[in-house]
Design a protein around this ligand. Sequence first.
Ligand code: SF4
Length: 234
Amino acid sequence: MKICGLMKTTLLDYPGHLACTIFTGGCNYRCPFCHNSELLDINMDSEYSEEEIFEFLNKRCHTLEGVVISGGEPTIQRDLKQFMGELKSRYSLKLKLDTNGCNPSLVRELMEEGLVDYIAMDIKASPENYPKVCGVPYVDMKSIEETRDLLMRGSTAYEFRTTAVKGLHKKEDFYGIAEFIRGAGDYYIQNFRDSGNVLDRERGFKEFSAEELLNFADIVRGSVERVSIRGTAY
Ligand code: SF4
């Protein structure tokens, strides 16, 4: 596992739980608004060994309730399943996975083997705008659809979420998203936040106003069970 960051405590990353967040290194996308741009290179060096994470958790597992595995894109790590299995066998902590949905076969294995308790999947845009918003020439939408379907049909708790970025998204995206996730449970719209470390700073992306976000939420409401707005972006 390439582990390139550790947030020792968070109340925001795992809904309803005090957790820590592990950041894996490397991503297959290059979303121009990505605020973790320092984590995208798969060839970057690890900051922490798995053993150092276990040492940290040995001390903190009694105060924490969960571990979030975020990135980068965790599902491109070849030994993610083995690592999550190790976490499950050592600690009675809930495990949350953040994913862009590119690796349905691994997500399926994690779900089937009970190695994940909550999955947050990005819905980047309406299907036709995926490559533009992901910053790559081609996105395998079949894989994205397969992960979506796994979550919607499975019994693992999940959420879909979109980081709304002024300069990339338009209200038409939310009509497309509403169709794409029709019948889902929880959907969150997260406002873009300029962390100071955005991948493509030249484009001057901005936040949407509260009113604009509420309009987007209204577009999706009716297609899913619950729509919520988060003030901060991830
Ligand atoms: S926002 Fe997520 S999927 Fe997009 S480049 Fe950043 S880490 Fe990868």
